[in-house]
Design a protein around this ligand. Structure first.
Ligand SMILES: NC(=O)c1ccc[n+]([C@@H]2O[C@H](COP(=O)([O-])OP(=O)(O)OC[C@H]3O[C@@H](n4cnc5c(N)ncnc54)[C@H](O)[C@@H]3O)[C@@H](O)[C@H]2O)c1
Ligand SMILES: [Zn+2]
Length: 347
């Protein structure tokens, strides 16, 4: 079995995260004697036939456009048609889209069935599949409909990262750098010191980095599963990223997070919370990984989208500001104030 991390609440095991490979690690994780139905996307189904064909499976399309209630309904219907019941175990195999949808479908089908994930993208492994947030978008607003519910296990298959495109791999690196930035200076510095190509070709190195990121995320989730306080830190860069994604289809989620983190670092330095040179170092680390750090949409459009962000309550909004590399704080700020500051720091 690969390396295991346990997520608990009040001494009770909530979920296990395994950094390993499906060939050795998946079978023992599945509940013995239960029917398993796999939900995956068309690209994984094509690339990993040997894995997918071992199980009864349902293939959904791919991309953010399918992360909708219509897909959820279609999956519920398909499960009913196939005679699935409360003993059926749902296994999501894929990136963040597949795991977000599978978690929500499993949590709502017959009031909830058991489920687990094989996470196949770097973004999924360091972020999306860990922490128990499941859900879909509505009218272009990200993750508007969803629930908190932990998968029994998340198997992060580092070998499968080999078939990811450079662009998707880089998008995952944004969440990895973000996690170091908000909670572990050593993780940030390790990624900062390594060339993109080396990260790409070394699964063992990636396994170490993913484990470090998952430990930070799991620790935060254990302390604040429902995001009433500390968990908000994980949204570093995301307030702006969601607005970017709403306004422009040019950027992947991770690419938008990279822009969001850099803008928050600039904002923080401008407020005197962090030295300018730390902010410059953060920007340089993202730039060296090959991110385009220019906002892809006009600031007016992004600010309008931000106002509708679900995290904004009235005229206040929560933002996450890095105060040093490896540390950050959550602040509630007036929306008008943020609007003005963003106009100064968004390039
Ligand atoms: N629930 C959470 O806490 C959370 C956190 C962060 C992000 N997310 C969500 O995650 C989603 C993004 O996830 P993602 O970046 O993994 O996107 P994704 O699931 O769309 O995967 C990206 C692309 O890579 C393909 N792919 C997946 N694994 C592959 C592999 N091993 N080899 C080759 N191709 C592969 C997919 O088919 C897809 O085309 C967003 O919807 C975001 O909102 C959720
Ligand atoms: Zn994210």
């Amino acid at each position: 079995m690969g390396r295991i991390l346990e997520l608990s609440r009040d001494g009770q095991l909530m979920s296990r995260i395994i950094i390993g490979g499906w060939e050795h690690d998946l079978h023992p994780l599945l509940p013995w004697g239960h029917r398993v139905i796999v939900i995956t996307d068309s690209s994984i189904a094509r690339r990993y036939r040997r894995l997918i064909n071992q199980y009864e499976h349902i293939i959904i399309g791919k991309g953010e456009k399918i992360k909708t209630l219509a897909t959820v309904e279609q999956l519920h219907r398909e499960l009913i048609e196939r005679g699935a019941n409360r003993q059926t175990f749902l296994l999501g195999i894929g990136g963040g889209i597949v795991t977000d949808i599978t978690g929500f479908v499993a949590s709502t089908f017959m009031r909830g069935v058991r489920f687990g994930f094989v996470s196949t993208t770097l973004l999924g492994q360091v972020d999306a599949s860990v922490g128990g947030k499941n859900g879909v978008n509505l009218d272009g607003y990200k993750n508007m409909i969803g629930c908190f519910n932990q998968p029994e296990f998340v198997l992060c298959d580092v070998g499968m990262l080999r078939t990811l495109s450079d662009r998707q791999f880089r998008a995952g690196l944004a969440e990895l750098i973000k996690t170091g930035l908000l909670g572990n200076r050593v993780l940030f510095e390790m990624v900062e010191a390594l060339p993109f190509e080396e990260l790409r070709r070394d699964p063992l190195l990636m396994a170490d980095l993913i484990l470090m990121a998952v430990k930070i995320k799991a620790g935060i989730v254990e302390r604040d599963e429902r995001e009433s306080g500390e968990r908000r830190k994980l949204n570093l860069g995301h307030t702006l990223a969601h607005a970017i994604e709403k306004c422009s289809r040019k950027m992947l989620h991770g690419e938008a997070v990279a822009v969001g983190c850099v803008v928050m670092a600039r904002l923080s330095a401008g407020m005197g919370l962090m030295p300018e040179r730390e902010a410059a170092r953060i920007e340089a680390a993202f730039a060296r990984m090959g991110f385009d750090l220019k906002a892809p949409a006009p600031i007016d459009k992004m600010v309008a989208a931000l106002r509708k962000d679900k995290k904004s309550a009235g005229d206040q909004i929560h933002i996450v500001l890095p105060t040093a590399i490896g540390r950050c704080e959550v602040r509630s700020v007036m929306f008008d104030w943020l609007d003005e500051r963003l106009r100064e720091v968004v390039k």
